[in-house]
Design a protein around this ligand. Sequence first.
Ligand code: ATP
Length: 276
Amino acid sequence: MAKECNSTSCTKEDCAGCSQAKKPQSFQVAANEFSQVKKVIGVISGKGGVGKSFVTASLANMMAAKGYQVGIMDADITGPSIPKMYGIKGTAKASDDGIYPMMAQNGIKVMSINLLLPTEETPVIWRGPVLANTVKQFWTDVIWGDLDYLFVDMPPGTGDVPLTAFQSLPIDGVVIVSSPQDLVRMIVKKAYNMADMMHVPVLGLVENYSYVKCPDCGKEIKIFGESHIEEIAQEIQVPILGKMPIDMELARKADCGAFHEIQNLYIEKAYEVMPK
Ligand SMILES: Nc1ncnc2c1ncn2[C@@H]1O[C@H](COP(=O)(O)OP(=O)(O)OP(=O)(O)O)[C@@H](O)[C@H]1O
């Protein structure tokens, strides 16, 4: 048991069990006064292109189908894809009270930089602090209303913008998305360590692109090689929430703006770990 003290220079180990232990400084910002969000769930990946947006939207659909009020914050400011996946077009409206999210056909509220730009092809060529501030504003200025779950499609990596998202939003837990290559071991651990350093619980791991099913014989072909997800999950002591194959039907729906029709059964287990 640690000795109780008033020191401010103790290490994390020294302080274990001490009621005076230094808490990390909070940089959290207040939500818009018209937002009541019960749980905020981040979806992260150590690198881009692993299907983070796909998993974010799949989790959101799953909770919406179970009757919860759900929103998606597309915090991937330089690579926003959520509105397109749901076929949401146009510009979000605003009033003196804030900015209103737009709604997908299954009732999910969405906010993305693409809903604030003149066209969806307009590139976002902004410096880090401006990007990071936009994520903050998606929390402070967006009128989310009553939500049971807000899923945050976090920017990939461990840079400025994900750091601000972690620090500014009251994140209740994160899901890490990865692909099967060996390199992923290091990348998943970076994402895990970032969440850990931010004192945010990791709810589980999703492996994407695990295999592709041959349309003729049904054989599972592991185009990225053998999975390492079990070993990684064991090392970091978090559950595996599912392994997703490359599914052409799901890809087609995502591409044509019909993601609201998707029930992604490959990650059904994620429901069990959602904080209730
Ligand atoms: N399991 C899957 N089966 C078929 N298509 C998929 C699957 N996962 C993702 N895709 C498709 O791959 C593309 C990239 O996925 P997504 O946009 O989710 O990646 P991301 O990790 O969010 O990328 P980034 O963070 O770099 O923006 C999308 O077109 C998406 O529809």
